[in-house]
Every structure is written in structure tokens, then in C-alpha cells.
Design a protein around this ligand. Structure first.
Ligand code: FAD
Length: 401
């Protein structure tokens, strides 16, 4: 019998994690990544709750701990840098806004890639251009004309998934905009973060932030702002930088220094804040995992967990199948959806409004910071912990053979 082939588009978090599990289950796995290497960018992601459990089951938790970022907490600052409120890492027993085990997204991608690359065939600078479902499986045509026959094709290619567009339809059919945009990039640490994640909110729906990295001279910076949908070219970085300048020039705190850094940053990333809501994540022998199928948006803080748990469940359910005939594939994909759907719904329902993240009015900014102080105190503490920080554990991982 021929070894079944799974073709995965996208080598972010979900793709390599899925490749790791599927190759262990004896599949031939090919992962295509449109970039010329795994993309190292991004800020810290946390491994609390079930996402961390998956990493533990992969046997990679010690590798993650080696990369853990030393952090002291989050603080909300005014324009002059003085602090309105602080939430140390120790708040909520290490499960607060900044949790006790956080690593840079790039480090997570690197660990997943290293752990899978000997068993998985990675092809960089490659992407799927067309898909055709046949009696024998799926015939994929890559952008360079190469054809690959696979038993299953998985879109793990992020919120603007090409697989989703080809197999399910235009992004606009499934996207739920959250009313804003965000950008991430590296910048000089102009404030001496000393392990603190600093957030500055300015009236008009603006949020600027700086987080620590492994290099004390470099901060992981972020801008987010409320906005109606903008008409811009997703591939024109100069235009995206201009959009940020229009919003943040002269907005106070470190905004001007961060704007200057954004002009040169080679890891600059800009995107709309949106969720993906799909009635089904699978059609025939094509399915989606992670942001491609059920992006909850960075505001939810659950993107990494959803990708890791989704990959684990999809691989586990496929592993239960006798072989990969049409009936087996259909029931494995249906079970994947049954297990994941309630967790996805909870993550997408988390409080993720732009009004809270980047309030329009000074009074709301002040109230928001006061709330951050109060929630750490009795009697609000347990209520806040339940409301905010319990979602990460809201799925019980099935045990797969
Ligand atoms: C550079 C970068 C930085 C990020 N930084 C943060 C952050 O700081 N905080 C945060 O909360 N979330 C961040 N995210 C999003 C976060 O990684 C995801 O929300 C989450 O981890 C889900 O992972 P994913 O694998 O589904 O998607 P992603 O991590 O987005 O990975 C998708 C991968 O698919 C690749 N890809 C895209 N289109 C194609 C295509 N047509 N063909 C082949 N490959 C394709 C992308 O290059 C990427 O490597 C970032 C994503 C990226 C790509």
C-alpha cells in the first residue's frame, strides 16, 4: 500500500505542528511556504492552557522553556511615560495578561520547524495555485507549475489563506472585521523596558506598545488603531508605513521614535484585525487549520493555542482512520470539527473589542487602566480570572493512540 501524502500550505505555527504529528503517524508530509524560509517575526505568544499541553505532548516543552522570555509584567503608561496601572507576571498565579511562560513567536516557529524538518519535506518559495479534487485524491498545481497528488490538502496559510480562497471562496465571505488594524516590528528600546510590556493608549483609538525581546537593546513594538476598512495594497509596505504615520505622528509617548523604527524594520508586519467564521472548515479532501479556518484575531491572545490544538486534533482524528478512503477522510474531518468547534467559538467570543484595546476617549482610557488595577484585588480577582483567563483551558485534549 502506498504511503498517504498530506500536502500542507503554510509553515507558520499550525503547519509545522501538523506536519510533526502526521509524519509520526506514518504519512508523507510536504509543507509549502510562500516565504523563502520560516518567518521569524512576531511578538511574544504564550503557552498557557491547552496550547502548552500540546507542546508538552510533542515533547518540546523544555525546548520552549529554554526560549522563555524573562518578563516582569504589563504596565499602562501615559504620554510622559508615567504609569497608570501595572499587572505583574505574578498576578493571577502567572496566568494574567503577561503569563509565566511566554516565548517569541519566531522562537516557537523555529522550534516547531527543527522538530519536524527531518521527517517533513519543506519547500520554500512555493505555494498552491490551483486544486482539483479527483477520485484518487487532490491534484495540486503549484505557482511554478509543479503538480503534486495528495490524499489530503491542508490550508495552514494564515488569515489570508490561498487554500481557503481556492477551495471555499473569497475571504470577504468569511471575514468578520473587528474595526481596526495592527502592526508589529522590532525597534530600539528607547525606554529601558527592563522586562516590562508597556502599553500606551491615546484618544482617537490609538494603541502603541513595546515588549521586551532577548536583546535588551531591542523592543518588539506594536501599533494598533481603530478604523473603518481601509483600501490599501497588502503587499505595499511603504503604503502601510504611511498609514501608520498619518495616525501616530505626534501622538505622544514613544510614538515618533517607533514610527522612525518602523520605516527601517525588516520584520515589519501590518494587517487588519479580523476573525474568520466559516460554516465548515472542510470540503472533500481539503481542510483548514489555524488562522486559515478560524482566526480569532491577535486581540483574543488565542491564535497560537488554536493553531497548536487544531493541528493536534486534526492529526489525531486522521490517525484514527483505517485508511484514507473518501469515507474515512470525511468522518475524520467531521470529528475534527466536532471536537474543535466549541473551543473555537469560545476563543472567538473572548472580549476582543477595539474599544477596549484602543479606546476613543481619554475617560475610557483612564477607566480601563483603573479596571486593570481593580481586577487584581479581592473580590474582583476570581471573577476576572474566570472571565478572562479560563478560555485557554476550555477544551479537554482527546487521547489519541
Ligand atoms: C510574521 C508573523 C508575525 C506574527 N506576529 C504575531 C504576534 O506578534 N502576535 C500574535 O498574536 N500573532 C502573530 N501572528 C499571527 C500568529 O502567528 C497566528 O495567529 C497563530 O499563531 C496561528 O498560526 P497559523 O500557523 O495559523 O498562521 P501564521 O502564523 O500566520 O502562519 C501562516 C504561514 O503561512 C504562510 N503563507 C501565507 N500565505 C501563503 C501562501 N499563499 N502559500 C504558502 N504559504 C503561505 C505565511 O508566510 C506563514 O508562514 C504573526 C504571524 C506572522 C506570519
Amino acid at each position: 500500500m502506498q504511503t498517504p501524502t498530506v500536502l500542507i500550505n503554510g509553515a507558520g505555527i499550525a503547519g509545522p505542528a501538523l506536519g510533526f504529528w502526521l509524519s509520526r503517524n506514518g504519512y508523507r508530509v510536504i509543507i509549502l511556504e510562500i516565504a523563502n524560509d520560516v518567518r521569524p517575526g512576531g511578538q511574544t505568544v504564550d503557552l498557557r492552557g491547552t496550547g502548552g499541553d500540546v507542546v508538552e505532548r510533542m515533547g518540546l516543552i523544555d525546548r520552549m522553556r529554554e526560549h522563555a522570555l524573562k518578563q516582569r509584567g504589563a504596565a499602562w503608561v501615559r504620554s510622559d511615560g508615567s504609569r497608570r496601572a501595572e499587572m505583574p507576571v505574578t498576578a493571577f498565579d502567572g496566568n494574567g495578561l503577561v503569563s509565566k511562560l511566554e516565548i517569541l513567536r519566531g522562537d516557537l516557529v523555529g522550534v516547531l520547524y527543527e522538530a519536524s524538518r527531518h521527517a517533513v519535506e519543506y519547500r520554500f518559495g512555493a505555494t498552491i495555485a490551483a486544486l482539483e479534487q479527483t477520485d484518487a485524491g487532490v491534484a495540486a498545481t503549484l505557482a511554478d507549475g509543479t503538480r503534486i497528488s495528495a490524499d489530503l490538502v491542508v490550508g495552514a496559510d494564515g488569515p489570508h489563506s490561498a487554500v481557503r480562497r481556492i477551495a471555499f471562496g473569497p475571504e470577504a465571505h468569511f471575514a468578520k472585521p473587528l474595526g481596526g488594524y495592527n502592526a508589529w516590528f522590532s525597534a530600539p528600546d528607547t525606554v529601558g523596558l527592563d522586562g516590562w510590556f508597556l502599553l500606551y493608549q491615546a484618544p482617537g483609538g490609538l494603541n502603541a506598545s513595546m515588549r521586551p525581546s532577548h536583546d535588551p537593546s531591542i523592543a518588539k513594538a506594536g501599533f494598533a488603531f481603530q478604523s473603518e476598512p481601509l483600501d490599501y495594497d497588502r503587499h505595499d509596505i511603504a503604503e502601510q508605513r504611511r498609514i501608520l504615520v498619518e495616525r501616530f505622528a505626534g501622538a505622544g509617548w514613544q510614538c515618533d521614535a517607533l514610527l522612525a523604527a518602523a520605516q527601517d524594520a525588516d520584520d515589519f508586519y501590518f494587517d487588519s484585525l479580523q476573525q474568520m467564521h466559516m460554516p465548515s472548515w472542510s470540503t472533500g479532501r481539503v481542510t483548514l487549520v489555524g488562522d486559515a479556518g478560524y482566526c480569532a484575531s491577535p486581540l483574543s491572545g488565542m491564535g497560537t493555542s488554536l493553531a497548536l490544538v487544531g493541528a493536534y486534533v486534526l492529526a489525531g482524528e486522521l490517525g484514527r482512520a483505517e485508511d484514507l478512503d473518501d469515507t474515512d477522510v470525511a468522518s475524520a474531518l467531521a470529528r475534527y470539527e466536532t471536537v474543535m468547534r466549541p473551543y473555537v467559538d469560545r476563543c472567538q467570543q473572548l472580549q476582543n473589542s477595539m474599544d477596549r484595546y484602543a479606546p476613543m476617549r481619554e475617560s475610557d482610557i483612564a477607566v480601563g487602566a483603573a479596571v486593570m488595577k481593580w481586577v487584581q484585588r479581592w473580590p474582583f480577582r476570581p471573577l476576572a480570572a474566570k472571565a478572562w483567563f479560563s478560555t485557554a483551558d476550555s477544551i479537554t485534549l482527546p487521547d489519541y493512540p
